[in-house]
Write a protein that binds this ligand. Sequence first.
Ligand code: BG6
Length: 487
Amino acid sequence: PAPPCTLVIFGAAGDLTKRLLMPSLYNLAGSGLLDPGFTILGVDHNDGSDEGLRTELTTSMETLSKDPGSEFHADRIDPKSWGFIRERIHFLKGDFEDAGTFEALKGKVSGNVVFYLAVAPRFFGSLVDGLGRAGLLKQADDAFRRVVIEKPFGSDLASARALNAQILKQADESQFYRIDHFLGKETVQSIMALRFANGMLEPVWRREYVDSIQITAGETVGVEERGGFYEPTGALRDMVPNHMFQLLCMVAMEPPNSFSAEDVRGEKAKLAQAVKPIRPDHAVRGQYVAGALEGKPVVGYREEPHVAKDSNTETYVALKLEIDNWRWAGVPFYVRTGKRMTGRRTEIAILFKPAPFQLFADTPVAELSPNVMRITIDPDHGAGTELNVKVPGPQMQIGRVTMGFKYADFFKNQPNVGYETLLYDCMTGDATLFQRADNIEAGWAAVEPLLEAWKTAPVEDYAAGTPGPKAADDLLARDGRHWLGLD
Ligand code: BG6
């Protein structure tokens, strides 16, 4: 198990605590990965009590387990695992900006502490200041002090830099765990094993053999109730410098010298820094209008709650990235993400250069389709490579097959709502799957030209339930390429 520690959650009654932290802690308890000395201290500005918070979180766990759409869907909650968590929950009332809260905290915690900032981003800096000024971030040989910070980390390069500078005045970089939940996804982590544990893949993973790479995070959900957050944010800030860049780094970074946090994060930062600032003519921004999904009509973005009727916020982005390094020079990386797209699919596709055609000049195919390796992250977890083979029969004909696997066919899935590994790693002090300051800043630096240009650029329409705006197809067509299908 992880060493004994206190998990202080700021925003104890919030959505993140209920939807992700509690189910993940419950799963960790079920796997025997929490020490009997583990405790939780929830801090929130509303009135409350230990028993009140325990009851509230028990109710939300039950509701979540009955929701078939939730990752936590289960027939029953195991009383032993939940009991372990429930009896360790305590409550402290406190305003996040009041020095008194931190003084009160001092009397409540000792030894190892993880401070989890499950709060709105505007509180990140002041909470770290409060913790630092109260001496709560001072470590000892037998007492670590760590801070987990949620996304979004800044809203552009200047604000990300300012926030990094602010928090690093209070504690050392090694004490900060900046979360990107994509790194908690099993399939994202396994990209490193796929690439570096297989001698046959790494030699072809480079410009000599790869034509282009497509990274897609397509969602069918709309903006839901999050209009208030999404309006000033948009798809670019919400997804690209963070989640999409994490996928990019995993698939394109150089082999690290070891799996130590510093080696892996060093390679990721180097890759992110090699991404050329994105040219506005290499970028498309779209917004969904009314359409249909699974046969049901859905409203357009501007009709969603808390969204302006004339909103110019993008719900879709398509980009062409160029990486200025030895391995990838000249290989375009096409990145797209959007809400209300045709299909839910998060994947990385590596498109290889075609074989010479001459040998098959007389076979009934116009051209040989290139090999494509697709690493699927959601909703399936697996990988497959599309190959050209002979169609059985007396004539030489070329057909297309997929050679692939799903993780579930080989391994028993661990119960996982997405934060188990991240929480466990933070308690054990492994920062590999967290973002270092330089990595975050490199992501923002790459998208900076777009943030500027898009202040006035209009959005392109796409009907809900379609793959995206036409301009995104044109972006690839200009290079003689096309997007892979989402189904
Ligand atoms: C979040 C974004 O960080 O990631 C959401 O704020 C997005 O807008 C979500 O829907 C996507 O994550 P996942 O795990 O559902 O692919």
